[in-house]
Design a protein around this ligand. Sequence first.
Ligand code: FES
Ligand code: FES
Length: 179
Amino acid sequence: MVTSARPPLADRATIGLTVNGERHEFEIGDRPYMVSPAHTLAHTLREKLGLTGVKIGCDHGACGACTVIMDGKPILSCLTLTVECDEKSVTTIEGLEDRKSGQLHPLQQAFINNTAFQCGFCTPGMIMSAKALLDRNPSPSEDDIKEALAGNYCRCGSQYLVIRAVKEAAAPPPLKKGD
Ligand code: FES
Ligand code: FES
């Protein structure tokens, strides 16, 4: 019987990863062009793919700056080993704009409209957490937004404007009977 299933990771020297819609295959190993088993996803995205919108703040899972979306869920790429991501689909801030028109994602535009950043270091992670929230809940309450962004730390104190930006990008709440 012919099967197209990939052999288990331990039996292979490569891993496959789709990033912002593009498929990448990496060799696993310790040579400079390879992905080391010790490399984090944040490191691979930045150093192997040049996606420097993925920020590394604490590198310990405490600040949220490195947040990307993997298979629909926000994850901390500094706490995720690349070799654990075989056949996963990852979206970074670079993958949000419209590929054909180059138009910014509504969330990116809302952050600009509301000046929801100062130095901007935390902003890609904030936007990715907010994107994951709006994908699963297009009309979140203010408490929903605060909860979804609770792991994203802003040293510049832009949080109130961030909440305003996410509200702007959200769909209006559904009308209730009698509205
Ligand atoms: S860099 Fe990943 S949580 Fe701070
Ligand atoms: S805008 Fe500077 S850390 Fe958030």
